[in-house]
Ligand binder design. Structure first.
Ligand code: OSB
Ligand code: MG
Length: 370
C-alpha cells in the first residue's frame, strides 16, 4: 500500500476527574492523533506521552516535533508492504519510542483495514474476550481511594491497581484488604517513588498478598530491582524500565522482575511489543498491557494487543467511561459483561473514529500529501 496522505492533529480532551500518580496530577489529555491514508483507507494512531516529561522523557511537544520533522516526511509517499517495516525504518532513531509508536500503530490499523481483518487478527491475537483491570489514582485520603476501589469492584473489574507513594502505601493497602478481603486481585504501582533504603517498608507489603508491585525503584534501573526482588515474596513488575526487547531480556536474566507491563508507546509500537511478548512467553514471564489514559484509538490498540496469548494478567485496559464522558470512537469502548471487554471483529481497530469530536478537541492540525 502507498501512503498518500498523513494528517496530524493535536487533541486536548477533558478527563472526567483528575488522575494522580506519585509523579504528577493530570487534569486533561493532551496528545497527537495521526491519520495515515492509503489505498482508500485510513489508519489511526494516538500518542501516549503526557504534556510534561515526568513519566518518561517524551512530551506531546517532542512527539509533534518528531512527527513533523522526521517521521511524517519519511513515510509520506512511501510504499509499505507490511507494518513491520516501520519499526525497521525508524530503528536508527535513538529513543522517541512514543513518537514512533504514534505513526507505527496507525500503519498497523491501515494495514489491517486494507487486508479486511481486525487489528487483533493482523497481530496474531487469539482471544475474543479480555478480562480487564483498572488503575486507581492517589486521592487526598485513604478513604477516598477505598471509595473508588468500591466503585470499580462494583463494575466487575477483574484486577484493581492502586497508585502508591511514600507515606501513602501500607495504610492504603491495609484499608483495602480489611474492607474487601484477601481474595480481591490487588496490586500497587509506585511509579519509581522508592529506593533500596525502603526495603523494610516494601517487605512489609509482603503479607498483603499483592499480585505484584509495579516499578518500585528508579525509572532507569534494573540492577537494584534485582536486589529488591531477591528480598521480596511479592513479584515485581517492571513498567518504566522496559523500552526495548534487550531491556526485557536483561531484566529477565538479572531477575529484576517476574512480570512485565507492556505499553505500546514506551516500546515503539506493535512490532516491538509483539517481540517482547514472544520473548516473555518463551521465558515463562506473564505480561499485561499498561495504559496511559488513552482515548478510544489508543484504547482499541491496547485491546488488540491484549488479545495475544501471553497477556494472561488483566491489564489497565478499562472501558472508555473510566476516564471520559465522551470518546472519539463510536461506539465507545464498553464492558460487555462486568470486567470483560470484547475484542472487535471489524477491520482494523473495529470502531469508527468520530471526526467531529476530534475536530472539536483539535488545537492544531497539519496535513502532508505525498
Ligand atoms: O504507570 O501505569 C502507569 C497512568 C499515567 C501514567 C503512568 C501510569 C498510568 C496508569 C494507567 O496507571 C492508567 C490507565 O490508563 O488506565
Ligand atoms: Mg506503571
Amino acid at each position: 500500500m502507498k501512503i498518500d496522505r498523513i494528517t496530524l492533529r493535536r487533541v486536548q480532551a477533558p478527563l472526567k476527574a483528575p488522575f494522580e500518580t506519585s509523579f504528577i496530577r493530570m487534569e486533561k489529555k493532551d496528545c497527537a492523533i495521526v491519520s495515515v491514508h492509503g489505498d482508500g483507507a485510513t489508519g489511526y494512531g494516538e500518542s501516549t506521552a503526557f504534556s510534561a516529561p515526568y513519566y518518561n522523557e517524551e512530551t506531546t511537544d517532542t512527539i509533534w516535533y518528531m512527527l513533523e520533522q522526521y517521521l511524517v516526511p519519511a513515510l509520506a509517499g512511501r510504499e509499505v508492504a507490511h507494518p513491520d517495516e516501520i519499526s525497521a525504518l525508524f530503528a536508527p532513531i535513538r529513543r522517541h519510542h512514543m513518537a514512533i509508536a504514534t505513526i507505527e500503530t496507525a500503519v498497523w490499523d491501515l494495514y489491517a483495514k486494507r487486508e479486511g481483518v481486525s487489528l487483533s487478527q493482523a497481530l496474531g491475537g487469539t482471544k475474543q474476550e479480555l478480562d480487564v483491570g483498572v488503575s486507581i489514582g492517589i486521592e487526598p485520603t485513604v478513604e477516598a481511594v477505598v471509595r473508588n476501589v468500591e466503585r470499580f469492584v462494583e463494575q466487575g473489574y477483574k484486577r484493581i491497581k492502586v497508585k502508591i507513594k511514600p507515606g501513602f502505601d501500607i495504610r492504603l493497602v491495609d484499608a483495602i484488604r480489611r474492607k474487601f478481603g484477601d481474595s480481591l486481585p490487588l496490586m500497587v504501582d509506585a511509579n519509581s517513588a522508592y529506593t533500596l533504603a525502603d526495603v523494610p517498608l516494601l517487605k512489609a507489603l509482603d503479607p498483603y498478598n499483592l499480585m505484584m508491585i509495579e516499578q518500585p525503584l528508579a525509572h532507569d534501573d534494573i540492577v537494584d530491582h534485582a536486589a529488591l526482588q531477591r528480598e521480596l515474596r511479592t513479584p515485581i513488575c517492571l513498567d518504566e524500565s522496559i523500552h526495548t526487547l534487550a531491556d526485557a531480556r536483561h531484566a529477565i536474566e538479572l531477575g529484576s522482575c517476574r512480570i512485565i507491563n507492556i505499553k505500546l508507546g514506551r516500546v515503539g509500537g506493535f512490532t516491538n511489543a509483539k517481540k517482547i511478548h514472544d520473548l516473555c512467553m518463551e521465558r515463562g514471564i506473564p505480561v499485561w498491557c499498561g495504559g496511559m489514559l488513552e482515548l478510544g484509538i489508543g484504547r482499541l490498540h491496547n485491546v488488540a494487543l491484549s488479545s495475544l496469548s501471553n497477556f494472561t494478567i488483566p491489564g489497565d485496559v478499562s472501558a472508555s467511561s473510566r476516564f471520559w464522558e465522551r470518546d472519539v470512537v463510536v461506539p465507545e469502548v464498553d464492558l460487555i459483561r462486568p470486567g470483560v471487554l470484547a475484542v472487535p471483529t471489524g477491520s482494523g481497530i473495529g470502531h469508527e473514529v468520530c471526526e467531529r469530536t476530534l475536530d472539536e478537541w483539535t488545537v492544531a492540525k497539519l496535513t502532508r500529501d505525498a
